[in-house]
Design a protein around this ligand. Structure first.
Ligand code: G1P
Ligand code: ZN
Length: 544
C-alpha cells in the first residue's frame, strides 16, 4: 500500500483549549484541517513509532470519518498498533481506562464533550498520554507549535477499516484491533464498588433509579452495568441509544439541558435516584427525589463517605478540586486530616497529583468527579459511588446531603454563564477587572469587605510548572467568593463564567433557595464587573 505525503499549510487556530481542540464540525471538515492537527500530534510524540495507541470517540457526527482518516495517518506514521472501540466508540473515561490497562503509549479521543453534535454542531480531538490522562500543557503547546509550521502530512492509501466487528486487522504494516468498548471499563468498575450490595438495592423492588444517557456515549455502558450486571429493571436507562446528533439535544447533564430527567425526578411518583451523563461520558449529575446535588457537594460527600466503598476504604491520600469549585470538600479534607489541592480549571491539572499519589479523589464544579482509577473524570463511576453509599447507608439522597450540611455547614454555590457573548468585549471585561485588582483589594462594598483579589496562578507541586491567569478571584471576609473566568471550551464567541459561593454554618438557614441565598453576591458580581454593560445581557444564559 502506498504512503502519500500531502503538502499543506498551517491553520492559525489550532491551539488546544481546556480540553483539546474543539471547533464546529464545519471547521473540522475543511480540507486538511483534521489531518494537520493529527500530523502535528504524531510529529510531537517522541518515540511513537511501533507503539500502541488507543482511538475512539463519543460517536458524534464526523466520528467515523475522522477515525478512518486517523487510522490511515497512524499507519503512514509507523504506529505499531491501534486499539479502536467497536463502532469507533469509546467514552472518555473508558479510553483512559484502556490506555492504562493495555499500557498503551497514549490515545486519541474524539469528542466535543457536552457541546451539541450533528453537522451544525461541534467536534473535537485531544491527545491523552501514557497515564491515560489529557496531555499536559507542555505537550499541547508543542502540538500547537508544530501545527503552526506544518507543511505536509502522511496518509496511507487504503480502503476504510470495518469498525463494526471485533477483529484484529492490518492496515499496511500497522495492526488494528477493534475491541469491545464497554468490557474493560465495566470490569474496572466491578473492582472498585460493592456490586453485590448495589445489586440488592437495585433489584430489590423498593429502590428505583433513572439514568439519562441523553442519547450520548454512556447508553451502552449504562445498560451493561446497571441493567445487565446490577439487575436494574429494563428501562432504567433512558435515551440510551447513542445518536450522531444526540437527538438534537444538548448533551450536558445539568438542570437546564437534562430536563427530561429533571421532570421525572421532580414529578409525581418520582424514583429515588436520578443521574445523567454528558456527550463523552465524563460528567455526571446526581439527583434525589425532588432534590439536586451540586457537583461541589457531591465531591465533598463522596470524600466523606469513601470508607463505605471497597475501592477507597482507608485509602484517601488527598483530594483535589479546581479553583472555582466550592470549598465544601476542603472542610471534609480538614476533618479527615488529608491534603486538599486547588488547581486551575480542567482535568489535565489533576494528572500529576493522581500519578504522584497526592490526591485520590478529585472534582470540578462543572459536573466532573473522578479518582485515581483513571486519569479522566468519570460520569458512571460517580453514579456507582453514590449507589454504593446509598446501598450501605439506606438513607435517601436528600437525607445524606442534609446530614452532611449539618456536620460541615453548607456552601451555597452557583455558576452563571453568559454564552456566546462578544469575544472582544468579554476580554475587555476581564482586562478591566485585572487592571482594577489593586483597587478592589481591601475595598468595602456595602456590608462586604474584600479579603483578597487576585488572578489565580498555580504552581504544580509535582513538576513545578506554572499556569497563570486562571481566573479572577475576589474573596470576602465572611468567606464568600466571586470568581470570573472565560471558558476555554466554547466554539462561538466567548462564554463568561461567574462562580458564586457563600458559606452558612447554621443548619436552620440551610433551606433557603440557592439563588436567594446568593442574591447579595450576584448583585456584587454585577457591580464589580459591569457584566451587563460588557456583555449586553440582562441575565445569564445558563444557571447551574
Ligand atoms: C469546562 C468546565 C471545566 C471542564 C471542561 C471540560 O471548561 O468549566 O471544568 O474541565 O469544561 O469538560 P471551560 O469551558 O470552563 O474552559
Ligand atoms: Zn465531557
Amino acid at each position: 500500500m502506498n504512503i502519500r505525503t500531502v503538502s499543506t499549510t498551517p491553520f492559525n487556530d489550532q491551539k488546544p483549549g481546556t480540553s483539546g481542540l474543539r471547533k464546529s464540525v464545519k471547521v473540522f471538515q475543511k480540507p486538511n484541517y483534521l489531518e494537520n492537527f493529527v500530523q502535528s500530534i504524531f510529529d510531537t510524540l517522541d518515540g511513537c513509532e511501533g507503539q500502541t495507541l488507543v482511538l475512539g470517540g463519543d460517536g458524534r457526527y464526523y466520528n467515523r470519518q475522522a477515525i478512518q482518516i486517523i487510522l490511515k495517518m497512524a499507519a503512514a506514521n509507523r504506529i505499531g498498533r491501534i486499539l479502536v472501540g467497536r463502532g469507533g466508540i469509546l467514552s472518555t473515561p473508558a479510553a483512559s481506562c484502556i490506555i492504562r490497562q493495555y499500557k498503551a503509549f497514549g490515545g486519541i479521543i474524539l469528542s466535543a464533550s457536552h457541546n451539541p453534535g450533528g453537522p451544525e454542531g461541534d467536534f473535537g480531538i485531544k491527545y491523552n498520554i501514557t497515564n491515560g490522562g489529557p496531555a499536559p500543557e507542555k505537550v499541547t503547546e508543542a502540538i500547537y507549535d508544530r501545527s503552526q509550521k506544518i507543511n505536509s502530512y502522511k496518509i496511507l492509501d487504503a480502503p476504510d477499516v470495518n469498525l463494526d466487528k471485533l477483529a484484529v486487522l492490518r492496515l499496511g504494516e500497522m495492526a488494528v484491533e477493534v475491541i469491545d468498548p464497554v468490557e474493560p471499563y465495566a470490569r474496572l468498575m466491578e473492582s472498585l464498588f460493592d456490586f453485590d450490595g448495589i445489586r440488592s438495592l437495585l433489584s430489590g423492588g423498593q429502590f428505583r433509579m433513572c439514568m439519562d444517557s441523553l442519547h450520548a456515549v454512556t447508553g451502552p455502558y449504562a445498560k451493561e452495568i446497571f441493567e445487565n450486571r446490577l439487575g436494574a429493571p429494563a428501562g432504567t436507562v433512558i435515551n440510551g441509544t447513542p445518536l450522531e446528533d444526540f437527538g438534537g439535544g444538548h448533551p450536558d447533564p445539568n438542570l437546564v439541558y437534562a430536563h427530561e430527567l429533571v421532570d421525572i425526578l421532580y414529578g409525581d411518583d418520582a424514583p429515588d435516584f436520578g443521574a445523567a451523563s454528558d456527550g463523552d461520558g465524563d460528567r455526571n449529575m446526581i439527583l434525589g427525589r425532588k432534590f439536586f446535588v451540586t457537583p461541589s457537594d457531591s465531591l465533598a460527600i463522596l470524600t466523606a463517605n469513601a470508607n463505605l466503598v471497597p475501592g477507597y476504604k482507608e485509602r484517601l491520600a488527598g483530594v483535589a478540586r479546581s479553583m472555582p469549585t466550592s470549598a465544601a470538600v476542603d472542610r471534609v479534607a480538614d476533618k479527615l486530616n488529608i491534603d486538599c489541592y486547588e488547581t486551575p480549571t480542567g482535568w489535565k491539572f489533576f494528572g500529576n497529583l493522581l500519578d504522584a499519589g497526592k490526591a485520590t479523589l478529585c472534582g470540578e464544579e462543572s459536573f466532573g468527579t473522578g479518582s485515581d482509577h483513571v486519569r479522566e473524570k468519570d460520569g458512571l463511576w460517580a453514579v456507582l459511588f453514590w449507589l454504593n453509599i446509598l446501598a450501605v447507608r439506606g438513607e435517601s439522597v436528600e437525607e445524606i446531603v442534609r446530614s452532611h450540611w449539618q456536620t460541615y455547614g453548607r456552601n451555597f454555590y452557583s455558576r452563571h454563564d453568559y454564552e456566546e457573548v462578544d469575544k472582544e468585549r468579554a476580554s475587555e471585561l476581564m482586562e478591566s477587572l485585572r487592571d482594577r485588582l489593586g483597587e478592589i483589594k481591601n475595598k468595602q462594598f456595602g456590608f462586604s469587605q474584600v479579603d483578597y483579589a487576585d488572578d489565580f496562578s498555580y504552581t504544580d507541586p509535582v513538576d513545578g510548572s506554572i499556569s497563570q491567569k486562571q481566573g479572577i478571584r475576589i474573596g470576602f471576609t465572611d468567606g464568600s467568593r466571586i470568581v470570573y473566568r472565560l471558558s476555554g471550551t466554547g466554539t462561538k464567541g466567548a462564554t463568561l463564567r461567574v462562580y458564586l459561593e457563600s458559606y452558612e454554618s447554621d443548619a436552620s438557614k440551610h433551606d433557603v433557595d440557592t439563588q436567594e441565598a446568593l442574591k447579595p453576591l450576584i448583585n456584587l458580581a454585577e457591580e464589580i464587573a459591569q457584566i451587563r454593560q460588557f456583555t449586553d445581557r440582562d441575565a445569564p444564559t445558563v444557571i447551574t
